[in-house]
Every structure is written in C-alpha cells, then in structure tokens.
Design a protein. Structure first.
Length: 314
C-alpha cells in the first residue's frame, strides 16, 4: 500500500510538472541596480526616463547623484555584483516559479521583474505590486555578510535560496484574505495556506527553505509537534484572541514563547508551522482546488482536516 501511494503521488506530481514544462512564458527581468550605479551623473535624466517609477517627483537630482557616488553605496553595489553579476540561474528559477503560478492561477499576468539595491528593509525584501516585482538583492548576500548588523534569526534568511520563497510570500498577499477572526487558530491557518502555496509552487525547495528555518529548527518542530499541539489544546489557546499570542507563536522572533524551559531550544513561528500541518492534513482528506483552499474559512479547514499529530515517544 505504501508503494502504491508513493507511486500515485509521484505520478500526480510528474503530471503537473509535465504540464508546467509545456507552458510558454516571457518573463522580463531588469537589473535596475546595474543601470543606476553604472550611469554617469550627466546621463541621469536618461535613466529617469527609462525608470520613472523609481524617481519620486520632488526629489532633486542631487539626491540621486550623491547616492551614485557615495563610497558605501558603491561598495554595497560591488558586493551585489560579485554574487549576482550573472543572473541567469535565478532567471530560470523565476521563470519556473511563474510557470507554476500560471498553471494554478491562469489569469495571473507575469510581472516585470526588477532587481534593486534598497535600504536593508528585511520586512520588504520582495515587493509584488500589480505588474511589478521588486527584489532587493542586498538582502540575499548570505548570513553574516559584513554589511549586515541584524540578529542571527533574521540574517539566516538572507540566503539566495530564500528569493523564491519570499516571492511567493509577497504573491500570496493578494490571494489570501487575512482572517476576520483574530484567533490564534485563524492566524495559524492563514500562514498554513501561505506555506501550502509554497508546496505547490516551489517543488524544488525543501520544507526548511519554505519555512525560512535552519534544518535543525525544522527538526525541532517535527520532533515536538505533538507536544506543541498538546500545549495549545491544554492552555485553550486555539480560539483565544489574546493579542500577545501572535508575538509568542506567529511573528518572527528568536524563539517561540511557551514560558517553559524549552523556549530557547524552539524556533520562532511554531504556530505557522502547525498551521501548515493542519492545511496539509485538510488537503490530504478533501478534494479542493488550490484557489478554493485559499478562500476557505479557517475554522472549516480545521474541522475537516481532522488534524492529529503523531505522538512522540516519551
């Protein structure tokens, strides 16, 4: 039976992948950071005409000239160039991602992709807005890069392999409606939907990369799934609207906050991970399309998931 299930799963996956491979796509990628830092100040007007949306009205040219000539900005540009001078590999990966997006969401029009060097805003590493996708390459130079002064739990996601998961996260914001009920369960399943979307759109990424975890952090969640779930049940947290719960179990942080000795061993955002397992359990037991799933009520998903983590041996 196990072999039969595995065979059927592989057959279904290969069928989707074969259909994805047939899709035609003309993804346009513009290296704005190259254009910006390699433009002589006297030709700034030409650059502004080509990329008007990057130059807000009212800002004098001196602002941009100073940035082009600033030694620190130029050094950062050189670091980005060192890693991403050839963007061919990333372009193929982005094309594959958008083929998957088109397969599941045929009406989506692929955006124009712009690579940029922004202001180290780790909350907006990728911005997907209407017909444009902006990727801030200065935040994908690798953890512990000399330009970074962030906590390690944030820097761990400054990896090249996080570009595509971050694109899907930004893409999902237009697809998944935030829960109207501010319960912990609703928040968990909101992010569970987002992570399940990555399951479908990023078949070549592992679970740690989709989650933005280190391998050992994913292992901790897998080994402690039943304990975490039991804690949520015993403390009656699932349907609680206590505002502190998001910071304890959902939002990015160095660890989750059970107020127990295990806190420092746990990764942050374990509520997101549990929500992912609930959504996966639901999709295994119900015939629902991906777009339908993203619109469904969290409580309905939870009830029909019949989620029950395996007990961990004592």
């Amino acid at each position: 039976m196990f072999l039969l299930i595995s065979f059927n799963s592989c057959t279904k996956k290969s069928k989707v992948e074969k259909e994805v491979e047939k899709m035609e796509l003309n993804l346009q990628i513009y290296r704005f950071e190259k254009a910006f830092f390699e433009t002589p100040p006297e030709k700034l007007n030409e650059l502004k005409e080509e990329y008007p949306f990057f130059f807000p009205e009212g800002d004098p040219d001196s602002v941009w000239v100073e940035k082009i000539e600033n030694p620190l900005w130029r050094e950062l540009y050189q670091e980005v160039e060192k890693k991403y001078s050839d963007f061919g590999k990333q372009e193929k990966e982005l094309e594959d991602l958008f083929k998957h997006i088109k397969y599941f969401f045929p009406k989506v029009i692929e955006p124009k992709v712009y690579t940029v060097i922004a202001d180290m805003d780790y909350n907006n590493k990728v911005i997907y807005a209407n017909d444009k996708l902006l990727i801030s390459l200065e935040l994908y130079l690798g953890p512990k890069h000399k330009f970074y002064e962030f906590p390690s739990y944030i820097e761990q996601n400054f990896e090249e392999r996080q570009i595509l998961p971050d694109v899907v996260t930004s893409f999902s914001l237009n697809l998944i409606r935030p829960a109207t009920e501010r319960t912990l369960l609703s928040e968990m399943i909101y992010y569970g939907k987002q992570l399940y979307l990555k399951d479908q759109l990023l078949p070549n990424h592992n679970d740690a990369e989709k989650m933005g975890y280190l391998p050992q952090q994913l292992t901790w969640c897998q080994e402690n799934e039943s304990y975490v779930w039991r804690y949520f049940i015993e403390k009656e947290l699932l349907f609680s609207t206590e505002s502190k719960l998001a910071n304890r179990f959902i939002n990015i942080g160095p660890f989750s906050k059970f107020y127990l000795e295990i806190d420092n061993q746990s990764p942050g955002r374990v509520g997101q991970w549990i929500g992912w397992q609930i959504v996966r359990s639901f999709m295994q037991k119900n015939e629902v399309s991906l777009p339908e799933l993203l619109k469904m009520d969290p409580t309905e998903i939870f009830k029909k998931s019949k989620y029950k983590p395996k007990k961990t041996d004592e």
